[in-house]
Design a protein around this ligand. Structure first.
Ligand code: SAM
Length: 197
C-alpha cells in the first residue's frame, strides 16, 4: 500500500497548478444528476469530478490515497468557494470507516479495484447513481492508459458488475471503426440502484 501511495505522491508533487477536468461520463450525463443530495468521488486525484459535482449543488466528499492530491484539491475548492469533504486515505479503509454512509451519487474515474465494486454498491442510496469510467484492454490507441491488465476492463465488464442495477447509459467503443474519432480507450456506465418497494 505504501508503494502505491509513494507512486502517486510523486506524480502529484508538482500538481498544485493543474486544473483537473471532470470525466467524460459525468459531463455527458450531467442531466441525470439529482438537483441536490450527496456524492462521493472515489480515488479523486486532483478532484475534477468532485469540483464539478459541488458546482452542481451536490454535497460532495472526495477520497484519495495521495495527500498531495488532496491538499491541491482543498486549495482549488477554497478558491472556488466550495465546501468539499476532502479525505486522504486508501479508499478500502475509508469504506470500512464509512460503513453506515450512503450517497446519492458515486463517481469513479480511471481507477479500478474489482474487489471494491460490491462495496461501492452497498454505499449507494436507493435510487442513487453510479458513474463509472475507466480504461479498457481493447484500445484504439494502444499506448493510452495503463498496460497492466489488472487495471483494464474487458468488453462488457462494467455491465456485469452492475447487472443488478438499472443501466441508464453504457459505452464501450473498443477499437472498432474510425479509430481516431470519438471518445476512445475507456468504457463508461451510469447505473441506478433500484428503489426497494
Ligand atoms: C489515474 S488517477 C485518476 C484520478 C481521477 N479519478 C481522474 O480521473 O482524474 C488514479 C487515482 O487513484 C488514486 N488511488 C490509487 N490507489 C488508491 C487507493 N487504494 N485508495 C484511494 N485512492 C487511490 C491515486 O492516488 C490517483 O489519484
Amino acid at each position: 500500500m505504501s508503494n502505491t501511495r509513494d507512486k502517486w505522491e510523486k506524480i502529484y508533487a508538482n500538481a498544485s497548478d493543474v486544473v483537473a477536468q471532470p470525466c467524460e461520463v459525468l459531463r455527458r450525463y450531467r442531466h441525470l444528476l439529482p438537483e441536490a443530495g450527496t456524492a462521493v468521488d472515489i480515488a479523486c486525484g486532483l478532484g475534477g469530478n468532485a469540483l464539478f459535482l459541488a458546482d452542481q449543488g451536490i454535497r460532495t466528499t472526495a477520497v484519495d490515497i495521495s495527500n498531495n492530491a488532496i491538499d491541491a484539491l482543498k486549495c482549488r475548492a477554497e478558491e472556488r468557494g466550495f465546501t468539499l469533504d476532502c479525505i486522504a486515505a486508501p479508499v478500502e479503509d475509508w469504506l470500512i470507516e464509512s460503513d453506515d454512509r450512503c450517497f446519492d451519487v458515486i463517481v469513479v474515474s480511471r481507477f479500478l479495484d474489482r474487489t471494491l465494486l460490491p462495496r461501492l454498491i452497498d454505499h449507494l442510496s436507493p435510487g442513487g447513481l453510479v458513474y463509472y469510467q475507466t480504461f479498457t484492454a481493447d484500445k484504439a490507441q494502444p499506448s493510452s492508459g495503463p498496460s497492466n491488465p489488472e487495471y483494464l476492463l474487458k468488453p462488457n465488464e462494467l455491465l456485469r458488475y452492475f447487472e443488478h442495477l438499472v443501466i441508464r447509459a453504457f459505452y464501450d467503443p473498443g477499437s472498432i471503426g474510425r479509430q481516431h474519432e470519438g471518445f476512445r480507450n475507456e468504457s463508461y456506465l451510469v447505473a441506478q440502484k433500484p428503489v426497494k418497494k
